[in-house]
Design a protein around this ligand. Structure first.
Ligand SMILES: Cc1cc2nc3c(=O)[nH]c(=O)nc-3n(C[C@H](O)[C@H](O)[C@H](O)COP(=O)(O)OP(=O)(O)OC[C@H]3O[C@@H](n4cnc5c(N)ncnc54)[C@H](O)[C@@H]3O)c2cc1C
Length: 529
């Protein structure tokens, strides 16, 4: 049996760290939230599910496609497949609202069975939502029927195998539904790994990362997920899109790239060929306190442009540095001495000698107080804690959400200021803590990742966040930055896509969709506004 997360939060029951006393004190001091549990999730049997569509012919066709045992319509599975893991998703589920649960859940075991499921759905007129790890934070797996009578969750859980490893070429062929920890574990037997570590690492799938163009914590050094995909086997309602994927091919526009970021709207990524790397011989993580966010950004620009960037580079702004110090339990007297100083974490992984040389080249460009390796290694050992602590915060009535963007170096500071101001303005009634860090750096720019904490509005918590998110999205678009650096578009960012892709770009995407998905059954309401 594949492991499942709790429907109302992150991870398996009881897994992960719990909120400590320093965090509770922060809630009281900074947000005015009492720190006690005020809004726990309702029990599973109290959740309201949309009545399942009555579709016996569709169910029979799905059973013929994948086997009776792999088609389910019980409330337990419908609830687990009802939504992703955004603040809005969890708010609704915790309050007992699973209004977008799919009608049926079908789990194919091969690309051929995926094709049969799509055929059955097209013939019956049912929408299809591909479901990988279900960690979307942009409404990507919401069970929208999109004008059809039923919606089928196409669960990739059974497509979770490593299908082949070419050690010589350092490539692995994997099923779209394999989770990254299991993939790294299987590759480890060959002395290899993928090295892609989003904060959602514990639960994400390879197919989901490709469909959303994910970025991992070491993507500055190892490349984004896009860069790791050599080829895909994408099953669409019109047929298979499976370009050869030879290295360095110049055979026309790259069709593999067309599939990356398509978010289940064109077809299902049934298999991927991934570029993999040797298991790291050594790692080194360390931290500095740099004089200010602006100066830290200048240092990061120099690292990227001089081609000496670490594999992981994260620079927190003042509020996020303060938050990190407070959550780490640092005494107030030391926190008071933070001033404008900002926390910079840098990490290197790979060959021990090469790390030494790369680290020295980078450290020469960093001006600041060296905090040492224990701080950096502390970050590594707690890097997956955030989503677990979010559950504790939501229990205590805290609005807690993140959003991200990227822009060129010349616009970075203005974008940082504009988005921060938009969030603070929209949440002025419950003054928030808005922290931000640069999470990935490139020679021509960087990403900005914002974390927002505020006292949740007890009467309308969803409306409170929707207004703040709209203000932030508008500020991002006005600043000429991207609406998403790695969370993808889904449903939540679709209103801003035209500003970024242009009218002709959108028309081109729609034309591709019309060709590959003529009935429009694939993930309605996502990506395309
Ligand atoms: C706490 C938290 C932290 C996160 N941190 C990061 C981060 O550091 N970096 C990052 O990039 N993202 C992050 N995310 C967002 C999310 O984890 C990514 O978008 C991830 O790539 C989604 O993978 P998944 O397998 O969970 O896909 P799902 O959530 O199941 O699906 C995402 C989208 O892709 C489609 N899809 C899924 N599988 C397939 C397939 N095989 N074929 C076609 N379409 C498919 C779905 O229909 C949906 O539209 C985070 C999310 C959470 C909740």
């Amino acid at each position: 049996m594949r492991r499942e997360q709790v429907y109302w939060g992150w991870g398996e029951p009881g897994a992960g760290p719990v909120m400590g006393e320093s965090a509770a004190a922060l809630l009281r001091d900074a947000l005015g939230v009492p720190g006690e549990v005020v809004s726990p999730p309702v029990a599973a049997d109290a959740v309201r599910l949309r009545p399942a569509a009555d579709a016996p012919a569709l169910r029979a066709a799905l059973a013929a496609a994948v086997g009776e045992a792999h088609v389910r319509s019980d409330d337990a599975i419908r609830l687990l497949r009802a939504a992703g893991k955004s603040y809005l998703d969890l708010l609704a589920l915790r309050a007992g609202d699973a209004g977008e649960a799919p009608d049926l859940v079908a789990a194919p075991g091969s690309a051929e069975e995926v094709a049969s499921v799509l055929r059955a759905c097209a013939e019956a007129g049912a929408a299809v939502v591909p479901f990988g790890g279900g960690t979307s934070v942009v409404g990507g797996v919401a069970g929208e029927r999109g004008g059809f009578d039923a919606v089928v969750c196409l669960d990739l859980a059974r497509m979770d195998r490593v299908l082949g490893v070419d050690v010589l070429s350092r490539r692995a062929v994997v099923g779209g539904g394999i989770r990254l920890p299991e993939l790294d574990h299987a590759l480890g037997a060959h002395g290899l790994r993928l090295g892609h570590h989003p904060q959602s690492y514990e639960w994400v799938t390879a197919g989901g990362c490709a469909a959303t163009r994910s970025a991992g914590q070491a993507s500055t050094g190892f490349g984004r997920f896009d860069d790791l995909v050599a080829a895909v086997r994408c099953v669409t309602p019109a047929g298979e899109l499976a370009p050869l994927g030879a290295p360095g091919s110049a055979a026309g526009p790259d069709l593999t790239r067309l599939v990356l970021g398509s978010e289940g709207t064109l077809g299902v990524i049934a298999e991927l060929t991934l570029q993999v790397r040797p298991v790291a011989e050594a790692t080194r993580y360390e931290a500095w306190a740099v004089p200010s966010f602006a100066e830290g950004c200048e240092m990061l620009r120099a690292l990227a442009q001089d081609e000496v960037a670490p594999d992981v580079a994260r620079l927190s702004d003042g509020p996020e540095t303060g938050l990190t110090l407070a959550l780490g339990g640092l005494p107030q007297v030391l926190r008071d001495r933070q001033g404008d100083r900002c926390l910079l974490i840098a990490g290197w992984e790979g060959d021990a000698d090469a790390i030494g040389a790369r680290r020295s080249a980078a450290a020469r460009r960093v001006r600041g107080l060296r905090l040492g390796r224990s701080f950096g290694e502390g970050w590594i050992s707690h890097r997956y804690d955030g989503p677990h602590l979010r559950d504790d915060l939501m229990d205590r009535g805290v609005l807690v959400e993140t959003l991200e963007t990227a822009t060129t170096w010349n616009r970075l500071e203005a974008t940082h200021a504009a988005v921060g101001a938009a969030l603070a303005g929209a949440l002025a009634a419950t003054p928030p803590v808005v922290g931000c860090h640069v999470s990935h750096i490139y020679p021509d720019g960087a990403s900005l990742y914002f974390t927002v904490l505020a006292a949740a509005d007890r009467d309308d918590p969803a409306g409170q966040w929707l207004r703040a998110k709209r203000a932030a999205g508008d500020a991002i678009a006005a600043a000429g930055a991207t609406i998403t650096h790695h969370h993808a578009v889904g449903r939540d960012h679709a209103p801003w896509l035209e500003a970024e892709a242009g009218a002709t770009g959108l028309a081109a995407l729609r034309a591709v969709k019309a060709e590959l998905d003529p009935a429009g059954i694939m993930n309605p309401g996502k990506l395309l506004p």
